[in-house]
Ligand binder design. Structure first.
Ligand SMILES: [Zn+2]
Length: 539
């Protein structure tokens, strides 16, 4: 990549190289790191100003220190006069970063030190005439159900905010940091992170961006190869040593011959996908070995995808796909307008509608849904349920506890209010007097996951628009190891992913519970039909 002389004042990577800045004790070197140049700039090579930028990355690729160089350069040159805020997911992460990375960066480099007022500060430093702030985002206070960041940072304005390790942030907090930019004409935001789950956090933001990939041009055939997309075919081996390989002609390619080419140039958000394959210090033959047998290198498949490839990962046991749901569709029937039952119903209160699932049991552990619907209010719910001979219904206790109590009083079937509990030691607990059911949240999500994925256990009507919405919402929950409680112990929890509209999934959870309180439907013409199949071989 050629450096344009007129850009030298604003080019952070060039500035760091000319001044021989020391990063983590070593001089900043651009050799083999051409992919970092554009990432360290407020503008793309093709001239797009980065108002919103996202970097979906593997770990240990130098992206964070690259941004620290860009921040320092921007501060010294007065590019962000109202200040810069670099957010980490926790105060502990800020302290660690400040002590082990940023303080050495200042003390090792006289070129920066001379602009810096207090090298021992942790949170706020003045570099040149710019405030550079490092804040932890974990100090969350809930006020009226809304997360608020701690009061000491609320009034700090900025021209540029960055969020590092984006997938560890509370979503509400991640939104609120934009308030720092309220008064800014520069109004720049950068989200950086190693992705955790597909279609969530940094992966979701990248998915809505112009999706730049590092396209390496082959000297032999002049075609491009993106290492990230073509892995593992883009790695060649010569005497056991790995090298980047053109997937079109097989010649060796050189990562410095690359360009960031967007897949969706019309999108405003500038997005980068950076993996360890681009890191010049990474042994590519070793990467192949890790990919082939991650356990031998003390990692699992998910960790390889996330930390090496910069890709999110979820195993099929942890999240349903729409195809899993469609596989339950029985083309032999469509949604019922009414039913003789006995039926069970589950409903979830969404922002604009109640999501309702109605069905019956086929055997003790097989279920058939006869209707799924969205209704505007509890009156409409009453009218709907009246046609299906409902024997038991379960709905979430919050946020409409009064409406649920009215239903318990007025309906001619048993209505139970459900509370999810993360800690319940049994699967469920039913209180007869109050008709409250408490259920272990992770276990009921696991249960409906298995009902969907075990062949024959769930039948749903033939595909139609409502089934499509149902199928989509079934995928908006994923099981993930999450730090929980004060001690932050890692436990499995289902978290909302994608567009987070998981109402039908909850409705199915409630339906599953309600089915425990109804009997089996009477078998019609049961005398004329053999109820068991003769399975004996007659030879
Ligand atoms: Zn080629």
């Amino acid at each position: 990549m050629e450096l344009d002389p007129k850009n030298r004042v604003i080019d952070a990577a060039y500035w760091a190289w000319v001044n021989q800045l020391r990063i983590d004790g070593r001089p900043f070197d651009l050799a083999g790191r051409d992919y970092q140049m554009e990432i360290m700039s407020p503008e793309t090579e093709d001239g797009k100003v980065k108002t919103n930028e996202v970097i979906r990355k593997g770990s240990q690729i130098g992206i964070t220190m690259g941004k620290v160089i860009e921040i320092t350069h921007g501060a010294i040159h007065g590019l962000y006069p109202q200040g810069i805020i670099y957010y980490f997911p926790s105060q502990r992460a800020v302290e660690h970063f400040s002590k082990t990375r940023f303080k050495p960066f200042i003390t090792d480099n006289d070129e920066i030190r001379k602009y810096c007022n207090d090298i021992n500060a942790v949170a706020i430093r003045r570099i040149g005439s710019t405030n550079v702030n490092f804040f932890g985002c974990s100090a969350t206070v809930r006020i009226g159900g809304q997360a608020k960041d701690s009061t000491n940072v609320r009034s700090t304005p900025a021209d540029w905010v960055l969020l590092d390790e984006r997938d560890l942030f509370d979503d509400e907090m991640a939104k609120q940091v934009n308030q720092r930019l309220g008064n800014s004409v520069i109004n720049r935001r950068t989200d950086i992170g190693t992705p955790k789950l597909p279609d969530d956090g940094v992966d979701r933001i990248y998915g809505k961006s112009d999706q730049r990939r590092w396209q390496i041009k082959c000297i032999s055939c002049r075609k491009h190869t993106c290492m990230e997309s073509e892995f593992p075919n883009c790695i060649g081996l010569r005497d056991g040593v790995g090298y980047p390989k053109c997937v079109h002609c097989g010649a060796e390619i050189y990562t410095s011959n690359g360009l960031w080419i967007p897949d969706y140039p019309g999108k405003d958000v500038v997005g980068y996908w950076v993996s360890q394959l681009l890191n010049p210090n990474r042994d590519l033959a070793h990467v192949l070995k890790e990919y082939d047998d991650p356990e031998a290198y003390d990692m699992n498949e998910g960790e390889f995808q996330r930390t090496v490839m910069g890709l999110p990962f979820v195993s099929s046991e942890d999240r349903l796909t729409e195809s899993d749901v469609y596989a339950c569709c029985d083309n032999g029937y469509q949604m019922a307008y009414s039913h003789d039952g006995p039926c069970a119903a589950g409903w979830d209160v969404g922002p604009n509608a109640l999501h309702v699932v109605i069905g019956h049991r086929i055997t003790s552990d097989r279920y058939r849904l006869v209707r799924m619907a969205r209704v505007p209010d509890f009156d409409a719910l009453h009218d709907l349920l009246g046609r299906y001979n409902i024997k038991a219904g379960v709905g979430d206790a919050q946020p409409e506890v009064h409406k649920m109590r009215d239903m318990q009083r007025d309906e001619n079937f048993a209505v139970y209010m459900c509370y999810y509990s993360p800690h319940l030691k049994t699967f469920d607990k039913w209180e007869q007097g109050t008709n409250i059911v408490t259920v272990n949240r992770t276990e009921v999500f696991d249960a409906t996951h298995h009902v969907v994925t075990s062949p024959g256990r769930l039948m749903i009507p033939r595909n139609c628009e409502e089934v499509k919405i149902f199928a989509h919402q079934m995928t908006c929950a994923a099981k993930s190891l999450e730090p929980t409680g004060v001690s932050q112990i890692l436990t499995y929890r289902y978290i909302k992913v994608g567009d987070k509209q998981d109402h039908y999934r909850n409705a199915l959870n409630y339906f599953y519970l309600a089915c425990k309180k109804i009997g089996l439907p009477p078998t019609k013409n049961s005398r004329n039909v053999a109820t068991t199949q003769d399975m004996k071989f007659k030879l």
